[in-house]
Design a protein around this ligand. Structure first.
Ligand SMILES: NC(=O)c1ccc[n+]([C@@H]2O[C@H](COP(=O)([O-])OP(=O)(O)OC[C@H]3O[C@@H](n4cnc5c(N)ncnc54)[C@H](OP(=O)(O)O)[C@@H]3O)[C@@H](O)[C@H]2O)c1
Length: 267
């Protein structure tokens, strides 16, 4: 059943989600608060307002989606207290901000849900993890799940502590994959390929491998072994990637750095 949504912040992630809600028909009316009105799609179901003061005192959306940067959330979120008091579930997608941050603003018993989506949500291929405060009702959970599922797959966490490692894997993960395309293309260029061709080969290899991982019943390790003949060229390359200073250690450090930053943002 479509409903009414108040979206605060229509940048990269808020805008991606909004596009999916409209495409998937999960919201029949969305009010967007966003200083840069040109970021908001021109659609008869969408109303853009410059700030919370322009809301009607009777406006009662079913969900308040907070999609501004974590650094400004403490200044932005309190203006929507009355919307939560009128029954909206508060759904934050901000990295690093714990449920207790929103409980401090909206009250200990307020229905708050924290979600961590990723940018492939823009094409309905995202991965979102969600965690709810204990007193969030089942209909409110369903409402939040429906909003995030418009962007792809969703998984609920029982333990909020897991949202930081989930952020480090799937929330930020698309950046790691795009970097993989960049560095693989650059290595190809340095090895003599024309830059355009190297980029095309690297990009299509990542796209094709992701598609194969999705289409196949085999796990990633089995798919990797299927490309790796003993004594062959792939095995020689994997010797470097999987060595002592290889990609596993680099990713361990990257995930740890990501989680440290989540903790800094949340404190
Ligand atoms: N991008 C991702 O991959 C990703 C993934 C998961 C979660 N997130 C989370 O999503 C949130 C948004 O990230 P983003 O990458 O979409 O950032 P973004 O592109 O900067 O979007 C935030 C938008 O909110 C606007 N804004 C600033 N103050 C506002 C206010 N008072 N009221 C309404 N809108 C306001 C910003 O305008 P100005 O630019 O003029 O300030 C900007 O257009 C963050 O909390 C982030 O942690 C992002």
């Amino acid at each position: 059943m479509p409903g009414t949504i108040l979206l605060v912040g229509c940048g990269k992630m808020g805008g991606a989600l909004l596009g999916r809600w409209l495409d998937a028909g999960v919201a029949d009316r969305v009010t967007v608060i966003e200083p840069n009105a040109r970021l908001v799609p021109d659609d008869r179901r969408v109303t853009v307002l410059p700030g919370p003061n322009a809301l009607e005192p009777t406006d009662a959306p079913e969900a308040l989606v907070l999609a501004v940067k974590p650094q400004v959330m403490a200044d932005v979120a309190p203006a929507y207290r009355s919307v939560v008091e009128r029954g909206a579930v508060a759904l934050s997608i901000a990295a690093g901000l714990p449920l207790r941050f929103f409980a401090d603003i909206y009250g200990a018993q307020a229905p708050c849900v924290r979600a961590m989506p990723n940018t492939p949500a823009a094409i309905g291929r995202g991965m979102t993890v969600l965690v709810a405060a204990p007193h969030v009702t089942q209909p409110q959970r369903t409402r939040c799940e429906r909003l995030m599922a418009a962007g792809g797959e969703v998984a609920w966490l029982d333990d909020e502590a897991l949202i930081d490692p989930a952020t480090a894997v799937s929330g930020s993960g698309p950046a790691y994959v795009f970097l993989l395309i960049e560095v693989l293309a650059e290595a190809g260029r340095r090895a003599g390929l024309p830059a355009d061709l190297a980029m095309r080969l690297a990009r299509q290899t990542v796209i094709g491998s992701a598609g194969l991982a999705e289409a196949s019943d085999d796990d990633a390790a089995t798919l990797r072994r299927a490309v790796t003949s003993p004594g062959g060229t792939t095995e020689a390359a994997l010797g470097e990637l999987m060595g002592e200073d290889g990609i596993a250690r680099v990713f361990e450090r990257a995930v740890a750095a990501n989680m440290r930053r989540s903790q800094e943002l949340g404190s």
